[in-house]
Design a protein around this ligand. Sequence first.
Ligand SMILES: Cc1ncc(COP(=O)(O)O)c(C=O)c1O
Length: 395
Amino acid sequence: MGISKQIETTMENSSMIRKMFEEGDRRRQLYGEENVFDFSIGNPIFEPPPEVQQNLLKLVQSNEKGTHRYMPNSGYPATRQYLAKMLATDSGLSFSENDIIMTVGAGGALNVIFKTLLNPGDEVIVFRPYFMEYNAYVGNYAGSVCAVDTKDDFRLDFNALKKGITAKTKAVLINSPNNPTGVVYTSDELDQLGNILREKSAEFGQPISLISDEPYRKIVYEEPAPSVFPHYENSIVATSYSKDLAMPGERIGYIAISPKHQDHQLLNGGAVLSLRILGFVNAPALMQRLLPLVGDVCVDLKPYQTNRDILYNHLTEIGFTCVKPGGAFYLFPKCPIEDDLAFIEAAQELNLLLVPGSGFGMPGYFRLSYCFETEMIERSLPVFTKLAQQYQLTD
Ligand SMILES: Cc1ncc(COP(=O)(O)O)c(C=O)c1O
């Protein structure tokens, strides 16, 4: 075959997920859209808040010249000033526009960060279970992901972290609120994490960056998700508006580098260059101009919270074990059997589409997304009960 061996192998490895999507489509055609309960993807079906459309209309109708041209690679100064002000209030640190680089979503931000940071052979520590795209993003720059365990309740396991850090560790990557567990790390946890990274940076004589992937930061139910910046100086945030404005297709996000990062200047210059030479050039202009206009708006969290409560209560009532998520829109229950792939297939036979924990580096679990209409979720409950009965979890 005439394509890259690495891509060919990755395609083969991801064929399981692809097969699952194909099976979902086959079932929708066979049994009708309304009889297939698809909990597999984190693509919100809700529309962006009305402020998004209102302000986009104003922007496209404006006669201001030059708004579709190239701009500084890091993005429009006005947008970055707006974000710097917001981050300063949020973290108590003195952010300026020079600490912000606008990106093509959080995925684009992470690629720019890894391109900037990694030498071949460098390691990035992640906590299992984790978003599998991290393997590809780190691998793109010849780095490797080193996954360490979390505790039973998916909270950070600091002993595992300490053992995982070596002279090759360039960064630790966290994601809170978490995909797939919904766990939100507390200020105490971030403090402990910061202390360990400080100690280990000193031990190995090089700064270990903390990269915080935060596209779900505003999607929280009981407690807010604290900023990482006050807890560790060598922090870098990668984030986007894909989830909180429900517009993942518009691909707008940013990188924020702590003004206290030891390699602050170098990182900033490197990231701007990386953004350009990766071919992103700059983040979408229209979306950059939208951000200061919509301010702090967020999708309505009520439907998500309702969905979380309905599903969490039902699944635990019928015998599944599950950590109650504090944010994002995913649940990550334990499978009643070890073989998560066999369990997912059994669910599929009932037209229930779930994602195996293996897809997050954690076999024996499954993920379901709940960014869908509550009505669909309510209709699916008897099907979950039937599934639990098959495994004698409930009568
Ligand atoms: C944990 C996590 N990080 C990053 C991304 C990528 O987000 P974006 O659409 O902003 O690139 C996602 C998307 O689902 C995600 O779940």
